[in-house]
Design a protein around this ligand. Structure first.
Ligand code: ACM
Length: 692
């Protein structure tokens, strides 16, 4: 089939400043955008029962997945066919330069997908899926075309934190489907942390039996007694090795590698509760903790602990065929190492000059162990401190400095810098965003991120493997919310990682992302629609959700979910945990007699080290504390409303502050005075009451 220079190419040339005719037909919407698309002669109707033939038996699973995914997205039912010479769709192995590349040709005779490898064929099939499911409908007419495509980067990733909250294997399968459909190929799976150890390790069963479960923070979970034990109900979950093997196989059929992460030497609490000898300060923790933030718990550095963790890695490499094994390395607080005479003596004996060098020694022990098994170690950028292990790959999260340092030192690197690729940040300022961090990372912001640092030389650039969006889930409790945070921002990661350098038309991307998101939702995956809704029009001038108020400060600002009720709908409070203070700017107080405030108390479950001293507290007049409302900004005299009526209620209580007669627009300021840091008080919403 020969491609004609059709109007799409004209569009591309027009975009490049070379103007062709004006009659431009829209190119099909494919995300990530292919390397080249050209219109060709003819058109093809594909309806229910259209046949699909494969050349190579290795492509059978790809064909079956295409048929399944097409039907699930509301497209025509495809029939896998063994024999017919004249199939509507043909998968043929052929000469395509890039091992992940493919060619897709549509003519009135049929669709021909050509690739050299299984991976290439899979990506061709996923492009065809997008052509077949642009709109739901059992009959699709495709314009003749030719697509030539191959990826820019090898590492096209998303990270899922399954430690802070557990997600079901069914959810992870649905995520894998959505990733695969958009040519993402790496699922970094964060399986262990302070708050849980999720991965079954046969040699050390207590890691999951003990480490997979905790009592969540707060009054409501503490009161939720499990009749079987007479103690607060445990919350959590574990992944059995059988479940993991099934997920790894499911992902592999979709060309996705699951890269497991086993955190060390920090983020060690859950493991150390299960096996106390693992702790550098044994006995310092006796229950799996439920605070967020960074715990001081760190693994011991004795041979017993090193051997234990290497045993764990032995089971990990049996379960995960991934070349890369992630060993964490981030946020390892070294205080317990500093305080241990045994560890200090060990450092001296090893000739290590400081605790960073000890972490480097620790990581090198793991690196040697993994490389002896033919695997490669990857870790967060802190593994650069104290000297990078030979052969280690660096995942750069504290900006891109780690990536630059790694590439310049001749090491491979993956970019996942905060905050731009941290999908626990909210994506719009709308009040219908679920809980998450206050910082706004819009879909178009993710799209604007280019993972290739301009500071690198040509040779150094070869060390940039690709990029990854990370979903930490401290504040993302449910699977539906995880889906909302991951997509459509995952589409921006996919396009940045796959499409050629220079693919930069954000308006075109946003236009494609909206129907792509609708299609993801047709698959049953709750991708966010908020990025396409536009700014909120505040319909009711008498009400503001906390997400619509201004925070006075944003030290650690998060939209937090209430801890109550344990089951059922919970309120969301946007607050700065360091300083509870909100402003309703320019509230029209004409005819307003009172302000009603929905308040709730939240556990202060944050490990923030010495910063705890900076939290605004200890300023109350009564044992329960007070809500303070100020008219005319935060410096005005407060109207003081006691919190006593709300103190016994773990869920939301409505309080009222009577206002003096006022007219016109005024800034309303809301703060809480409280006796101590825990519990925190926050407001979920405020409304103005007309004067009676
Ligand atoms: C990280 O966000 N601690 C890698």
């Amino acid at each position: 089939m020969r491609a004609s220079i059709g109007p799409w190419i004209a569009a591309a040339l027009a975009a490049a400043g070379i103007l062709f005719g004006s009659a431009v037909q829209a190119a099909p919407d494919i995300t990530p955008k292919p390397v080249s698309m050209a219109e060709a002669a003819g058109a093809l109707r594909i309806s229910d029962g259209a046949t699909l033939k494969i050349d190579n038996p290795a492509d059978r699973k790809t064909a079956a997945f295409l048929a399944d995914l097409t039907a699930r997205a509301g497209g025509p039912k495809l029939k896998l066919s063994q024999a017919p010479r004249l199939a509507v769709i043909t998968f043929a192995r052929g000469d395509v330069a890039d091992p992940e590349g493919y060619r897709l040709e549509v003519s009135s005779q049929g669709v021909l997908v050509t690739a050299r490898t299984e991976a290439g064929m899979f990506y061709g099939a996923m492009t065809l899926w997008q052509l077949l499911t642009a709109e739901p409908g059992k009959t699709v007419t495709l314009q003749g075309m030719r697509i030539d495509d191959a990826p820019r980067f090898k590492w096209r990733g998303l990270m899922l934190d399954s430690a802070r909250h557990y997600q079901s294997p069914a959810f992870i399968r649905s995520l894998i489907d959505v990733m695969a459909a958009h040519k993402l190929n790496t699922l970094h799976w964060h399986l262990t942390d302070d708050q849980a150890w999720r991965l079954e390790i046969r040699k050390y069963p207590k890691l999951t039996e003990v480490g997979g479960w905790r009592v969540p923070a707060g009054e409501a979970p503490a009161r939720d007694i499990d009749p079987a034990t007479g103690k607060p109900r445990l919350y959590g979950g574990v992944y059995t090795q059988a479940e993991v093997k099934a997920l790894v196989a499911y992902a592999a059929e979709r060309q996705i590698t699951i890269v497991p992460e086993i955190e060390m030497p920090g983020h060690a609490s859950a493991a150390s509760v299960a096996y106390p000898f693992l702790a550098a300060a044994p006995g310092s923790r006796t229950a799996v903790p439920s605070d967020w933030g960074v715990y001081p718990d760190i693994f011991n550095t004795d041979e017993r602990t090193i051997g234990f963790l290497q045993d764990v890695l032995d089971e990990v490499v049996e379960l995960f065929p991934s070349t890369y094994i992630h060993v964490g390395g981030d946020e390892a607080v070294k205080d317990q190492w500093k305080a241990s005479p045994t560890i200090q003596a060990q450092m001296k004996a090893l000739g290590l000059k400081d605790e960073h060098a000890l972490q480097s020694w620790f990581v090198q022990r793991m690196e040697k162990h993994l490389s002896a098994k033919g695997r490669r170690l990857i870790g967060w950028d802190e593994i650069l401190e104290g000297g990078l292990a030979p052969g280690a790959t660096v995942m750069s999260w504290r900006g891109i400095g780690g990536a630059l340092a790694a590439a310049k030192a001749g090491h491979d690197t993956v970019l996942s810098p905060a905050p731009i690729l941290y999908f626990d940040n909210r994506q719009t300022r709308r009040s219908d965003e679920p809980p998450g961090r206050h910082f706004v990372v819009r879909l178009e912001d993710v799209y604007a991120f280019d993972p290739m640092p301009t500071q690198l030389s040509e040779a150094e650039r070869r060390h940039v493997l690709g990029l990854q969006g990370n979903l930490w889930v401290e504040h993302i409790r449910t699977e539906a919310r995880a889906a909302h945070m991951l997509f459509p921002r995952g589409l921006a990661v996919a396009e940045r990682a796959w499409s050629p350098v220079g693919t930069r038309d954000v308006a075109d991307f946003m236009r494609r992302a909206e129907p792509a998101t609708a299609r993801i939702r047709r698959l049953g995956f709750a991708a966010a629609e908020t990025p396409f809704k536009g700014p909120e029009t505040i319909a009711d001038p008498l009400y503001r959700d906390s997400r619509q108020l201004k925070l006075c400060t944003t030290n650690i600002a998060i939209a937090l979910e209430d801890d109550a009720p344990v089951r059922g709908e919970r309120a969301t409070f946007m607050t700065d945990i360091m300083n509870p203070c909100w402003i309703w700017e320019g509230a029209d107080l004409t005819g307003v007699g009172a302000v009603r405030v929905d308040v709730g108390q939240l556990p202060f479950n944050y490990q923030i080290g010495k910063d705890i001293e900076k939290v605004v507290a200890g300023n109350s007049r009564t044992p329960e504390g007070e809500l303070e409302v100020r008219v005319g900004g935060c410096k005005a005299e407060p109207i003081v409303v006691p919190l006593k009526p709300a103190a016994g209620n773990p869920a939301v209580t409505t309080l009222e502050a009577k206002l003096p007669p006022t007219t016109g627009s005024q800034d309303l300021c809301f703060t809480f005075a409280r006796p101590k840091v825990d519990p925190m008080w926050a407001l979920s919403g405020v409304w103005l009451e007309p004067r009676k």
